[in-house]
Ligand binder design. Structure first.
Ligand SMILES: [Zn+2]
Length: 288
């Protein structure tokens, strides 16, 4: 390929020591663009340099973060065994005392319902059922959750007697109509004998959802306990609570009467699950 002479420039390189000269022929247009090439190369070098610097800086930051996490993990590793070790010795006693306190609370709930309760020593058997590899702290945590659930369920489950008189004058289910012995009548609750004015106590924590006249029930109180359970107290002479009021187990909520569809002073007591009456006998005592 022929090159026009005017398009080519000759660059002469002189070596000072060896007194040699070299000549290179470069196309003139390249020589004219030489400065641009140098500038472009410089830009590339600057970009590469910046990128490398940035990446190195990121790595340094990551290393610092990793170092910080490792330090935190090391601290945890140091603190965990120390805590567990302590739980297995000195503080274990305080944990057991806490458990005993909660069992006492359950006993109190049961006593308020007129039930006998239970000996706290018997719960020691539960410890044997625990996996032996669990530390004292882990066993305590498992016991604690279990007891919290029992306390909540017990407090909001109607148990025991709503009335100091435990003499039943009528059972749950079909019976002869007290107003007409020739007819059978479905009795959705149980009746306790008593005198007008006797105290009526609620059988679990809950919220009053009805306090007033309720057809054949006369003066009536209905209490919602959560867990799908509700209790109903009928034929009262006096109502001592209001709708929306929160009540605790053992609170006096009203008095025995003979209002509504009633032949004499008594307390009509119902336990309802999902709105449907169930036999309250099963809630008067604890059965296995
Ligand atoms: Zn009744």
């Amino acid at each position: 390929m022929r090159t026009k002479s005017k398009d080519v420039s000759t660059v002469i390189i002189v070596n000072k020591n060896q007194q040699k000269t070299r000549s290179i022929q470069i196309k003139t247009k390249h020589l004219e663009r030489f400065n641009k090439y140098i500038l472009s190369a410089l830009l590339v070098v600057i970009c590469l340099g910046s990128s490398i610097f940035y990446l190195q800086k990121q790595n340094i930051l990551k290393d610092a973060e990793n170092q910080r996490l490792i330090q935190q993990l090391s601290k945890l590793k140091v603190s965990i065994p120390a805590k567990v070790k302590a739980d297995n010795s000195a503080t274990a006693q305080s944990y057991i005392q806490s458990i005993q306190g909660k069992l006492q609370l359950i006993n109190n709930y049961l006593k308020k319902r007129g039930l006998k309760g239970f000996g706290t020593a018997s719960t020691g058997d539960g410890g044997k059922a625990m996996a032996p590899q669990l530390s004292a702290a882990e066993q305590y945590a498992a016991y604690n959750d279990y007891l919290d659930r029992i306390v909540m369920v017990t407090a909001f489950t109607p148990l025991g007697y709503p009335h100091s008189v435990d003499h039943l004058t009528s059972n749950f289910g079909y019976r002869s109509d007290p107003f007409d012995a020739s007819h059978a009548e479905y009795h959705p609750g149980i009746d306790f004998g008593g005198a007008i004015g006797d105290q009526v106590k609620c059988t679990a924590n809950g919220k009053v959802i009805w306090a007033g006249w309720y057809g054949g029930y006369g003066n009536c109180i209905r209490i919602e306990h959560g867990n799908h359970l509700e209790t109903l107290y009928g034929h009262l002479s006096k109502i001592g609570v209001k709708v929306g009021q929160k009540v605790s187990v053992g609170d006096v909520i009203g008095n025995v009467g003979s209002t509504g569809h009633s032949t004499g002073a008594h307390l009509h007591y119902e336990v309802r699950r999902d709105g449907k009456p169930i036999n309250p006998i099963n809630f008067l005592t604890l059965k296995s």
